[in-house]
Design a protein around this ligand. Structure first.
Ligand code: ATP
Length: 232
């Protein structure tokens, strides 16, 4: 389980995330809802050390996740798919996937895992030799998720995976996210599409101006006036 306690983070002197606590059990999806600028991306960046936390702790299965660089978080088992996807656009789909498994290089099951991911994402198998830049937006999002999964993370952090994608592709992406969780990975899902996020998540929270103003099981959020009036 990923446990975040009283996390504070920001930019320069400006605190953006103020005292956020949350738990993401393995095999479950926890969604973070919030308006633009609420601090959702900042929260994810501070969890993995893309941004230094000014206070608070992050633990995976009781072991502290260092307040350092994302590669340390990745080695510990926490992987982020950033909003910008950050693919290697000039490299092939297959090479992007191989790079996702960089920290596991030499592992005997690396190739099997890549084949399994290509089964999960048939469109990536079809395009395995193509440069990532030739993929559609939806395919690039799938590649970004598949690349993150090549690290075999215990916890996957997803920042707005549906952003800018056609409804049919969004359905596919959400089905994949649900399957990833069902296979045992914990997912922390930041989404603007609150209705779909609450369909797949077990728990959720609302972030406003960097603070959690509401949190609970998905059905309690769905029924909450604050969520229905602002996010659904
Ligand atoms: P969105 O849905 O628009 O991505 P968000 O909830 O993810 O919003 P953040 O991107 O975390 O919000 O931004 C929270 C606040 O931090 C905003 O006021 C934003 O302007 C500020 N901010 C984000 N990135 C930086 C940065 N690199 N330097 C300074 N301020 C930043």
């Amino acid at each position: 389980m990923l446990s975040v306690r009283d996390l504070h983070a920001g930019y320069g002197g400006k605190t953006v995330v103020r005292g956020v606590s949350l738990d993401v059990p393995r095999g479950e999806i926890v969604t973070v809802l919030g308006a633009n600028g609420a601090g959702k991306s900042t929260l994810l960046k501070a969890i993995i050390g893309l941004l230094r936390r000014s206070a608070g702790t992050v633990e995976l299965d009781g072991r502290p996740l260092p307040n350092e660089t994302p590669d340390r978080a990745l080695a510990a088992g926490v992987s982020l798919v950033a909003e910008q996807r950050e693919l290697f656009l000039g490299l092939s789909v297959a090479d992007n996937l191989r790079l996702g498994g960089y920290q596991r290089r030499g592992a005997p099951d690396l190739d099997t895992d890549m084949q399994r991911l290509l089964d999960t994402f048939p469109v990536l198998r079809k395009r395995a030799g193509q440069p990532a830049r030739t993929l559609s937006g939806g395919e690039q999002q799938m590649l970004a998720i598949a690349r993150a999964l090549m690290a075999k993370p215990a916890i996957l952090l997803l920042d707005e995976p549906s952003l800018g994608l056609a409804p049919k592709i969004v359905d596919e992406i959400f089905a994949i996210i649900a399957a990833v969780a069902a296979a045992g990975t914990g997912v922390l899902l930041v989404e603007q599409n609150a209705a779909m996020a609450l369909d797949v998540a077990q728990h959720g929270m609302v972030l406003e101006l960097g603070e959690v103003t509401l949190a609970g099981p998905r059905d309690s959020l769905r029924q909450s006036e604050a969520v229905t009036s602002h996010y659904l």
